[in-house]
Design a protein around this ligand. Structure first.
Ligand SMILES: [Zn+2]
Length: 353
């Protein structure tokens, strides 16, 4: 994971060209005049019939990705949020996947940036089976508890960032356990591997055709503009040893490439997984110091920031501050510190019993 210098302002972080109908000088460019950008600009071809779709979460570019595996049984990995569902649908349409064509939707876990669009997408693609880990399945059927706990964490920010998770009919859902398999057609499979640590209902997904491993948030957040890798340790599920075990399991699968939901592909797999584990240890170490000194959350966050910001190119003065701001808004130091403190509290309570 190099800490390459920031790219000049205005240059897109992800240099791969978009693809699909309307690319180039086609009619798709007409959309730009309306200020929303052509849907093809949200699509990046990654090879092996895999397409990255920028879900434009909360209006941001380059924060949350869905992926289409355009196999003979097309499969969408991650839905993005509820408000992103029309963006994802338009991208699938542009890629030739119509309402009756999508065979499977799979989410790595049920946090709203990954699965918030599950109900909407299930409605838009009525033949698609929705695959999720068994510990998340009931929340997709009845999102009320998930939504009320998200509202407690995010307050007034919830609507602007994540919107609503619409329910998915139970008969559309297939729950996977420790492992599971999605048939992509033509002998190609997407195998799921239970990978808790970030969340109790998290799976990684390995594509037998490409060697791609969809890591969800289990390996942290990759910032393509600066090639930084930061941890993702939110409440209430974060657990260090469990998270490290999941990273070791990912390594044992020998993937050819990691596809981050935030954001994009990374081919230096061993280096990235090693960095993910190191990030977890550094953050747990720093938060433990703050926690051990009895600091409240605000002071703990300030201390952890002071001691970790220098690790990341995204905070260097030459980097556009908007890049750091967009990632900090929904998965930054506050969420990470709170999640690690919650885990330290739980661990202390458990050992006091
Ligand atoms: Zn996420």
């Amino acid at each position: 994971m190099s800490t390459e210098a920031a790219r000049p302002a205005g240059e897109p972080g992800n240099p791969a060209p978009s693809t699909g109908p309307g690319d180039g000088a086609g009619p798709g460019h007409g959309f730009a005049a309306h200020g929303t950008g052509a849907i093809t600009d949200a699509i990046t071809e990654l090879g092996h019939d895999v397409f990255q779709i920028d879900t434009r979460m909360a209006g941001y570019e380059g924060v949350t990705a869905s992926y289409l595996i355009r196999a003979s049984r097309p499969c969408l990995v991650e839905t993005g949020t509820g408000p992103s569902a029309p963006v994802v649908r338009d991208a699938l349409t542009a890629l030739g996947v119509g309402a009756g064509d999508l065979a499977t939707v799979v989410v790595t876990h049920i946090h709203l940036d990954h699965a918030g669009g599950a109900g909407d997408i299930a409605g838009m693609f009525p033949r698609a089976e929705v695959v999720v880990h068994e510990r998340g399945a009931r929340h997709l059927v009845d999102p009320s508890r998930l939504m009320s706990s998200a509202r407690k964490v995010y307050g007034d920010e919830l609507d602007g960032l994540f919107g609503e998770l619409a329910p998915t009919p139970a008969d559309r859902i297939r729950a996977v356990e420790q492992t599971g398999t999605i048939d992509l057609g033509g002998g190609r499979r997407l195998d799921s591997y239970y990978s808790p640590g970030h969340a109790k209902h998290h799976v990684g997904l390995l594509d037998s055709g490409s060697g791609d491993l969809y890591v969800g948030d289990a390996a942290g957040v990759y910032i393509p503009e600066t090639a930084d890798l930061r941890p993702a340790t939110p409440s209430p599920d974060f657990d260090l040893e469990t998270a490290l075990r999941s990273l070791r399991m990912f390594g044992s699968l020998r993937p050819a490439r990691l596809l981050f939901s935030h954001f994009g592909p990374v081919t230096a797999v061993g280096e990235a997984l090693g960095r993910s584990a190191e990030e977890l240890r550094v953050w747990v170490d720093e938060v433990s110091h703050a926690w051990g000194s009895g600091l409240d959350i605000d002071h703990a966050v300030a201390m952890v920031r002071e001691r970790t910001d220098a690790r990341y190119a995204v905070f260097k003065p030459e980097t556009d501050p908007a890049v750091a701001a967009k990632f900090e808004r929904f998965t930054g130091a506050v969420s990470n510190t709170a999640g690690i403190m919650h885990w330290l509290d739980r661990s202390a309570a458990a050992s006091a019993e």
